[in-house]
Design a protein. Structure first.
Length: 122
């Protein structure tokens, strides 16, 4: 299938599909006229890529994980490298969430303190 068809079937625009190709995540064949030709498996591959991106993984991390990915969820063959990467990514996200929670609390403190002040009259 051509890139436009893959785009229609996956809901991913052609610019993003070209980006995935540039990152080594998709490998289309080329027609004699130079057009990208994707196999039927490309739909599943794009679905896996999108789900991993939604999980907060970078395209570099996805490229590392793709050889171990199975199914459209995706699921991974269990190996230490996969666990290490996923656990590390999760730990980083948890640290980020904690920092954001602290930031939200500090902003709420400012709002609460400001609301207690009398209105400003110029």
């Amino acid at each position: 299938m051509l890139i436009g068809e893959l785009s229609r079937r996956t809901g991913v625009n052609t610019h993003q599909l070209r980006y995935y190709e540039a990152q080594g995540l998709l490998e289309p064949a080329r027609s004699p006229g130079g057009y990208r030709e994707y196999s039927a498996d490309a739909v599943g591959t794009v679905t896996r890529i999108r789900r991993m991106l939604k999980a907060g993984l970078s395209t570099q991390e996805i490229a590392f994980l793709m050889p171990c990915a199975t199914g459209e969820l995706p699921e991974f063959r269990p190996c230490p490298e996969v666990f290490d990467l996923l656990r590390s990514r999760l730990a980083g996200m948890e640290e980020h969430i904690e920092a954001l929670t602290e930031t939200c609390a500090a902003l709420q403190d400012y709002i609460t303190a400001t609301e207690r002040q009398p209105p400003y009259v110029p």
